[in-house]
Design a protein around this ligand. Structure first.
Ligand SMILES: Nc1ncnc2c1ncn2[C@@H]1O[C@H](COP(=O)(O)OP(=O)(O)OP(=O)(O)O)[C@@H](O)[C@H]1O
Ligand SMILES: [Mg+2]
Length: 232
């Protein structure tokens, strides 16, 4: 069986056991509040640029650019420096009004523009992170229109050279990008275990690659997301 070329996530143990994620594909990182979706996305962009020299774009729809820059500094990751080196583009869509524009949300149109910009960039953008899809989808009153726009977004992302991570909150199913539309789904959760809570990651879908079917425990430490070693 021929292995598909892969891209490293920047999360060490994940890359060790999986070799990374199949390239030129779209992945959802889903999870409840505080499960580590933003950190996962930022690690992917930051280490991709820092270690592999792969140009990254982070599109934020909820948190401002400045907030993310400050937040990631708490892990010692200097996003600003990578921006200055031209290895990272940050697109802050957090202040776009929640209004509609020609039947789509204005936010959606700005998002599409950012992806087109990534596609047109002379040095090609290899990694795109959209944090988060939920805040875009939740602006729609019509779920069919939301689905149509999300399909349009996925189709545009497929035309780029990039491998994309999209974060999704687990609110209600109407505010989600459907898992059928993407190439892989990584689920992050906080679950009870005896008197405590633990963090678990589950890969529920990965087109073109074998993956563990178990829950993999992880921690969020001063080094970001640290995964324990899974058994396949
Ligand atoms: N500097 C840090 N050191 C250690 N742990 C941290 C640090 N910063 C955040 N955390 C942990 O990470 C959690 C938040 O992670 P993150 O912001 O990625 O969550 P999220 O899934 O994006 O949440 P939301 O849906 O609310 O945006 C915090 O609740 C905390 O447990
Ligand atoms: Mg977040």
């Amino acid at each position: 069986m021929e292995e598909m070329p892969k891209i490293k996530t920047g999360i060490l143990t994940f890359d060790e056991f999986s070799g990374g994620l199949p390239l030129n594909a779209i992945y959802l990182i889903t999870g409840g509040p505080g499960t580590g979706k933003t950190i996962f996305g930022c690690m992917y962009a930051y280490f991709g640029a820092l270690k592999f020299n792969e140009k990254s774009m982070i599109i934020t729809t909820l948190d401002s650019r400045d907030h993310i820059v400050r937040y990631m500094k708490t892990f010692g990751w200097d996003l600003e420096k990578l921006e200055q080196k031209g290895l990272l583009i940050m697109r802050d869509l957090s202040k776009i009004p929640a209004a509609e524009d020609f039947g789509s949300s204005i936010l959606f149109n700005r998002l599409m523009e950012a992806v087109v910009e990534a596609e047109d960039d002379i040095d090609k953008v290899e990694r795109i992170v959209l944090d988060s899809a939920t805040s875009v989808i939740s602006l729609y009153t019509d779920p069919i229109r939301a689905r149509r726009d999300m399909i349009q977004l996925i189709n545009l992302l497929r035309r780029t050279n990039a491998t994309t991570l999209i974060t999704n909150e687990v609110l209600s199913s109407v505010h989600q990008i459907e898992e059928y539309l993407v190439d892989g789904v990584i689920k992050l959760a906080i679950i009870p275990k005896s008197d405590d809570f633990i963090r678990v990651l589950q890969i529920s879908k990965l087109r073109g690659s074998e993956h563990p079917m178990r829950q993999i425990q992880y921690k969020i430490t001063e080094n970001g997301i640290e995964l324990s070693r899974p058994t396949l």
